[in-house]
Design a protein around this ligand. Sequence first.
Ligand SMILES: [Fe+2]
Length: 278
Amino acid sequence: MEQSRQNTFKFDLHVHTKLSRSIPFNLSDLNLLITHAKRMGLDGFAITEHVNAPDYWETYEQIGRRFLCDSGIYYVEPGFHIINGAEITLKGKGDILALGDIRSIQALDLKLNLSGSYHPTLEQLIDEAPEDLILIGAHPFRPKGGIMKFDPAAIRQLVALEVNGKDFGQEDQVEAAARSMDLPTVAGSDTHYWPQLGIRRTVLQMPSLTIPAIKHAIKSGQSTYESESNGPLMVQICKHHKTAIKTALGLYDNKPGKLIRSVEKEVLGERQDRVRVL
Ligand SMILES: [Fe+2]
């Protein structure tokens, strides 16, 4: 049987378009990310906004109005695409990236009220997620947001574990855990600001860019990842920028790192009825 031709695609699979979930989405921030990704030689990236961000659905509505979308892949220009996604926080703290068709994420949200800040267990998320979604264990060993504390039997049902851009130094640990669970690894920067984008990216070998092809490439060992040597420096620079901006916007109270919910409400309104049919 004739083998279909494999092409190489480089994607950062973990990207946020804004500094904080409380800051409203802005297309010009997305444009900066696209410009930087092209400069770095990427073929695109996945937008994985926090699904309980106050403007989650409005964000994807705006992106959908700006770019043509086909089954989870936004067309930006020839050779450059954006993958649709979400970051979901589990009960007990731990994050999962879900990549795929926006209708599948909507279906999941309607079942679990994720955008209303319901935090499912890992088992519940796996049971309820539509089959086509690519579920990835984000930053698995991060002290507060890692998933390795959950049942290994549930973790094994994920598509991959992530080697995260903010967690330089943990790659051997993640690789060892993935090997022991017979899972592949993928990589993403977890950027909230453009200079960090692409410091870690997944390299996929597949015939064409579709969600099923990405899933197949990851599961069949047709993917690797790359890291930039200046990644830790970019993370530090972006972290300082993020802190400075959030401080200037009054998003911290007197305990650094703690968001004031009242400010979030003031900026973006109450969290209700945010699931929209696109
Ligand atoms: Fe993230």
